[in-house]
Design a protein. Sequence first.
Length: 220
Amino acid sequence: MRLLIVEDERRLALSLAKGLTAEGFSVAVVHDGTEGLRRASSEPYDLVVLDVMLPGMNGYRVCGALRAAGNDVPILMLTAKDGEYDEAEGLDTGADDYLTKPFSYVVLVARIRALLRRHPGAGRRAAVECGPLRVETAARRVFLDGAEVPLAAKEFDVLEQLALRAGEVVSKSEILDAVWDFAYEGDPNIVEVYVRTLRRKLGSDVIRTVRGAGYRLETP
């Protein structure tokens, strides 16, 4: 399960991410609302933990923008505020649940698991098609010219990041953050290894290297 934490208190965000990673989740972290909206709009997450008081764009606006765009990813809102008005405002913008700071980590995990049980698969596009290539994100299957191409888990994850932004340049750091999560401290060239493998399986012209910028999945 992939979670996105949008929280500007860096120590809290990293603490939550480490704990949730230990629980078995794949966790990405951003610290402002504008980037949170971009990530939640362009990448498939199973749930978003969204703070209300954020730089760039507050959590209410992020939540409202996602719902207005038809994104049904479960959203758990966090806030230091307290009171019925704040809770009502959060839920009115489309949040699925609400937790007031300070909160119990155990309660947070329980709320997350409850939301995931109620909304299995929400927020994920069923499939992405790029010419002869079809990437079924929910089923985690890939087809080329109608024939299924078996991929290892990480190969699929890298391809998924490129497919969801087909035609755009996706940086190596963005792929690392999304696939290996924020805590990865290994060799960043691991991305190149998986891109080479994908080219062998899907064709050398499917993924183009944009020197100094990243990779782009070509579209017809």
